[in-house]
Write a protein that binds this ligand. Structure first.
Ligand SMILES: [Mg+2]
Length: 168
């Protein structure tokens, strides 16, 4: 079974608009690296996850992918703080019991934590996909705007089940 890694922010939950709202509310100068780092380290993730909406039935799609037994699924997510890890794990354990969760410190690449060779990464951030591809992985862009980004683009996770060339 091919390994399939799924990103969290911007793929499973739409956390980014909620984070932007908080940046505005706290009047963070986004051009100031230090205050941005501090902001991310202190983000309160419990309410953030509650406020963020699920993207295109992501949880149901992941359940469907697991049930198909075509892929060995894990969640691979960048994190900025321990509270972010704890709250993401708490959420995922509840909605996807038994799922493997790998958190990647912001300073590292996803490819530092797992071997991408012949494995799939679904991610909304092209930087991650380029790095994944460079190290021998299979990159799939998750985007709600269907535009060619150099990688196959999907806007619903279960689309992966129709991409037969990925099955081994
Ligand atoms: Mg993302």
């Amino acid at each position: 079974m091919r390994k399939l890694y799924i990103d969290f922010d911007g793929v499973i939950l739409d956390t980014i608009p909620v984070i932007y709202k908080r940046l505005e509310k706290n009047q963070i100068d986004v051009t100031d690296e230090a205050s941005l780092v501090q902001f991310y380290e202190n983000l309160e993730w419990k309410s953030l996850i509650q406020e963020a909406s699920e993207i295109h039935h992501s949880i149901a799609c992941i359940k469907k992918i697991i049930a198909s037994q075509k892929f060995d699924v894990a969640i691979l997510t960048h994190v900025n703080s321990q509270s972010e890890i704890l709250e993401k794990v708490a959420y995922l354990k509840e909605v996807l019991p038994g799922i493997t969760i790998i958190s990647v410190p912001k300073k590292l690449h996803k490819t530092d934590m797992v071997n991408p060779k012949n494995s799939i990464l679904i991610d909304d951030f092209t930087g991650n996909l380029i790095e994944w591809d460079k190290k021998g992985g299979i990159s799939i862009k998750f985007s709600l705007t269907p535009k060619d980004r150099g990688f196959p683009v999907i806007d619903r996770l279960d689309t992966i089940l129709t991409m037969n060339y990925l099955n081994v």
